[in-house]
Design a protein around this ligand. Sequence first.
Ligand SMILES: NC(=O)C1=CN([C@@H]2O[C@H](COP(=O)(O)OP(=O)(O)OC[C@H]3O[C@@H](n4cnc5c(N)ncnc54)[C@H](OP(=O)(O)O)[C@@H]3O)[C@@H](O)[C@H]2O)C=CC1
Ligand SMILES: CC[C@](O)(C(C)=O)C(=O)O
Ligand SMILES: [Mg+2]
Ligand SMILES: [Mg+2]
Length: 340
Amino acid sequence: MAKMYYNGDANKNYLNGKTVAVIGYGSQGHAHALNMRDSGVNVVVGLRKGKSWEKAEQDGLKVYSVGEATAQADVVMVLLPDEMQPKVYKEEIEPNLTNQALMFAHGFNVHFNQIVPPKESDVLLVAPKGPGHLVRRTYQEEAGVPALFAIYQDVTGEAKELALSYTQAIGSLRAGALETTFKEETETDLFGEQAVLCGGLTSLVKAGFETLVEAGYQPELAYFECLHELKLIVDLMYEGGLEGMRYSISDTAQWGDFVSGPRVVNDDVKKEMKAVLKDIQEGRFAKGWILENQANRPEFNAINEREKEHPIELVGRELRKMMPFVNKDKKKEVVASASN
Ligand SMILES: NC(=O)C1=CN([C@@H]2O[C@H](COP(=O)(O)OP(=O)(O)OC[C@H]3O[C@@H](n4cnc5c(N)ncnc54)[C@H](OP(=O)(O)O)[C@@H]3O)[C@@H](O)[C@H]2O)C=CC1
Ligand SMILES: CC[C@](O)(C(C)=O)C(=O)O
Ligand SMILES: [Mg+2]
Ligand SMILES: [Mg+2]
């Protein structure tokens, strides 16, 4: 089994007297900044003027331009959207780097050579394995989201101490962290979000919903069956793995799980998953995403608009209005993140 790191493995004083600049205040940025602030770390936020700037100030944080935040920090955590990072790094972060440690939450830009860090800096990543809003919410619940950390460059000999101390300060050592490389983090994160967590899941949900609706069943029922209940089932998997979930479902469901699950996610699906992984490993996915951004995202925007109008979204929006308990906390987060 891989070596796991928990709270007892971190030097909790390592960040004392140091300043951490969190660049960006979106999903991950707000969570890292607030969790570290609440853990007693001196945090500043680096941003451009706008919605996030106002929000970070309202949250009681000190906000500066990206360059000013970088210049005064000992540690610089880059939490801008991946596609924005190379430009902001070149124009505002790099000119203000002396020997600060440079950190990321995803290895994409370093691994695919879009950012070439200076030789004088420790370079590392701390990547929570969960959405930023849950990194914040679980921290407030005295829990945490697991994380990966990786050292790309260790000039001071202290990079691992920093990684662990940082991981502790955002609450992730409560759940456990493990060491990886920039390559492994980048490739597995991209694969997970494309094949399983986001791409695989949304396609599975839509295909199930469409199958029921096309067969004449009520859309509201199909929404409850294929989307709403998914959270309840996944919560059981989160708590007790596949076995824990199967304990709670009927034996009829479990038999259907065994015999029909592999018919749906069959060998052809796995073959396609392997092809997706290969595109990631060989840089084709990264190249396509970089080019899509250079062209101002024509395909991304078109698909995004189309997806918002999918019947499952239309019916879901109406049904959730009648279930305020479903998103009483999330409502605030979604409104806030929509403004980022
Ligand atoms: N989302 C997640 O949960 C996860 C993300 N990651 C990684 O974390 C990193 C951050 O991702 P994520 O949190 O999703 O990013 P977001 O899209 O949520 O970040 C948006 C933030 O970046 C700011 N920003 C954008 N452009 C600029 C700019 N030119 N100058 C200054 N600030 C700017 C925005 O400010 P403004 O309001 O002014 O637009 C906003 O505060 C990425 O590397 C991602 O891969 C890793 C694990 C999970
Ligand atoms: C699953 C998507 C993710 O990788 C994440 C929340 O971990 C991301 O890039 O947002
Ligand atoms: Mg991820
Ligand atoms: Mg990701």
